[in-house]
Design a protein around this ligand. Sequence first.
Ligand SMILES: C[S@@+](CC[C@H](N)C(=O)[O-])C[C@H]1O[C@@H](n2cnc3c(N)ncnc32)[C@H](O)[C@@H]1O
Length: 177
Amino acid sequence: MNNLYKLRRKLFPIYRNLKAVEMLKRKNNGKKLICVEIGCFKGVNAKRMLNYLNIGKLYLIDIKKYNNFENWEYVKFLEMDGIEAADKIPDGLDYVFYDLLGDYDYDSDYGKHINNYDNMYIYLDKWIPKLKVGGMMSGRYFTPRCLNDVCAIIDYVKYRTDLKLYGVSNEWWIIKE
Ligand SMILES: C[S@@+](CC[C@H](N)C(=O)[O-])C[C@H]1O[C@@H](n2cnc3c(N)ncnc32)[C@H](O)[C@@H]1O
């Protein structure tokens, strides 16, 4: 682990999607939420979501199984691609967190999914319709580092009067109104 990475961890220890999750919590005020994390890895962020939000059901998706989630309360793990998984999960979601990008992903087999305009657009097109009104989809790396993703997100919302895009720090989130 290099020093920059350690420093970032120290500065942002709580959530990868802190601002989005804070807004979600404020909006829903204690109601049980149905949530999804696309790219859950070992479940570090999932654990934080379970502690912070009032979760009724949390679907965790990853193309590889890095942890055994069998005994996790409220959790259902799906070992599959994040686009295919959309067809396996019921509509009416409160929150979808998209988190495929990691520093180590750049040269991995999954690199094609990351910072790829068409792929980001497909993810939005698959998952946004599954949100209930008032629901949210969010992600991180809303930065020039992932300019293709950023362009796809902006293009996806630009003619949609029912969607509102927020960007704070390096996070993005979309609310379905
Ligand atoms: C940055 S890590 C996720 C970190 C996790 N969200 C956390 O905060 O602890 C990215 C994850 O996305 C997964 N992934 C990559 N491509 C995927 C795909 N097409 N479908 C589902 N998961 C994928 C990788 O296996 C990896 O576990």
